[in-house]
Design a protein around this ligand. Sequence first.
Ligand SMILES: Nc1nc2c(ncn2[C@@H]2O[C@H](COP(=O)(O)OP(=O)(O)OP(=O)(O)O)[C@@H](O)[C@H]2O)c(=O)[nH]1
Ligand SMILES: [Mg+2]
Ligand SMILES: [Zn+2]
Length: 377
Amino acid sequence: MAKRSSKRTARAERAGGVGKTLPALSSLGDLPGFGELTPSAAQLSAFEGACARARAAAPEDVAGELVLGCVVRLDRGYPAIVCEGELFRAEFATRLTKGSFSRVAVGDWVCARRPGTHEMGIIEEILPRESDIARWKGGARGERQTLAANVDVVIVVQALGPEVIDCARVARSAVVARDCGAQVAVVLTKADRATDEVLAADVAAIHDVVGADVRVVVTSSEHGHGVDDVRALVPEGTIAIVLGESGAGKSTLLNALLGRDVLETGAVRQADDMGRHTTVARRMVKLPDAGIIVDEPGLRSLPILGHEHGLKMVFPQIVESAADCKFRDCTHTHEPGCRVREDFTLGKFTSEQLESYLSLAREMRENATSIDPDIVI
Ligand SMILES: Nc1nc2c(ncn2[C@@H]2O[C@H](COP(=O)(O)OP(=O)(O)OP(=O)(O)O)[C@@H](O)[C@H]2O)c(=O)[nH]1
Ligand SMILES: [Mg+2]
Ligand SMILES: [Zn+2]
């Protein structure tokens, strides 16, 4: 199939062809209703402030048109918003498109206008986030991309297979998630492809790296194995996001949780077992008798940059030791007076933890543009 995202098409879409190319709102099932989403007290009071500013800025009377809404879906950047009693698509108020403010994410609460004369709503303000799962896109010094806002739990999804699991990737995802203040759980999919021995070794290896207190659930699309355990990770009232490479089985897992094939899934390439970026939209789905999960396109890369806080949350013991190294810029590899090495020989952390920590810390130093001066790594 030809690539649709040529510059010309993009311009045509911006010029008003949007309605033709985006999925019809009436076709979007399984989105959460307004009552299933809960803004924080701070977001509610920010909404009042945003309404006052919108009223002051508008020459006409907009008071009756302002609504509190939550972004439940993004199709190639175009948000769908749910508010009391309605689901609508929206564009940005002109003053928002000027700065970087127009970067709205799934899960964002917004102050929007619903003028009776327009099909589209207008986003007046994005309300402050309680949390923000973000990554750096296009290399270490690229742009920061928020994957989802106001998320409570990050579910790191990794496929099992004949090969030993990529623990470093799980540790990396855990650092990014904890940096954003979210809880972390790990779901290992495709258990049918691994022997019992490999499976047990993989689970143990992940616990060795991210700590025994992180929940690890094993699933398989055969017989819905593990699905109830995943549902338990997302109780009613919470919002989770699935994070993993293309082909990891994220959409398949969500379909199992929904009990129906709602989300598109796609085969992995034989050659390297990678997916083909089947999911293109970011969207919330409401699970029956449980919370909300955001399905995401697979991530090609997850660079570590300025994630000192996350590193500290995932490896608290090592960071504590690092603070007592003789040299502040100790790399914990060869320096005299290295407390990390010393504590490792005392058995305070595993070699898997130390290895993951060192490789993530090295990458962070190399990428560093914003080291937190309060945390010694
Ligand atoms: N053997 C096996 N295959 C699975 C399992 N879960 C998913 N798959 C297959 O893995 C492939 C990729 O699944 P998707 O759910 O589309 O993966 P995804 O993570 O959503 O991928 P993107 O949307 O591209 O990011 C599909 O062919 C699925 O049928 C499983 O438990 N066992
Ligand atoms: Mg998918
Ligand atoms: Zn050291």
